[in-house]
Write a protein that binds this ligand. Sequence first.
Ligand SMILES: Cc1cc2nc3c(=O)[nH]c(=O)nc-3n(C[C@H](O)[C@H](O)[C@H](O)COP(=O)(O)O)c2cc1C
Length: 208
Amino acid sequence: MGRSGAFCRGGMAGKELKFRDLVIRCRSCRRFDGGAPVDKEAVGNLVAIASCLPSVRNLQPLRYIALTERAECEAIFPLLGWAGYLEEWPGPQEGERPTAYLVMLNDTSIAADSSCDSGIAAGAILLGATAAGYGGCIVGSVQKDSLRQQLCIPAQYQILMVIALGQPAETIVIDKIGEGESIRYYRDHNDIHHVPKREAADVLLRFH
Ligand SMILES: Cc1cc2nc3c(=O)[nH]c(=O)nc-3n(C[C@H](O)[C@H](O)[C@H](O)COP(=O)(O)O)c2cc1C
């Protein structure tokens, strides 16, 4: 298995990345510098990016709740599930937890299903966060009823996911895998997080 990209501790603020490098750096980060806040403006910029994206029938049903205050972040954290394949790991510990969140909602009065829009938005938000020197993780494993109660979210809004954000504090590498190899991410004895990804040649198909 070859290593094809690394995403390391520390921010990248001010350093421009080529798109491919940005995508490679844009890994799901689950350990952050808990003492480094994400400023409100940066989170607002991510929502502004999201508001320019493609949308089915241009309905634009997605809505966001931004959480950047310490107390808000602490309150939402217990409602999230982390890294299912890392069975021994209970999730980010105190001091390495995300310092901001975007809760993504679908306004069901506009669209019954926004799964295509939400995927596009989540991907762009993570790329935008990475370009701004932050890191993030899409969290689909959310205790939605509790979150709805906690944030007083009206029934009209479907909770789709939470995007955790912060200053990255872990090293993540992509390992290229061949057909039949495990896609399960893992951490090695140096605490490096490995993400197996299929080769382009294996996902590019031709049937004639
Ligand atoms: C829709 C969606 C839901 C996800 N939910 C979770 C989650 O609940 N908890 C988590 O730790 N990671 C979650 N992830 C992150 C994936 O585990 C991650 O994308 C995968 O391991 C590949 O790593 P990479 O993003 O660095 O390529 C989710 C990703 C997607 C696209």
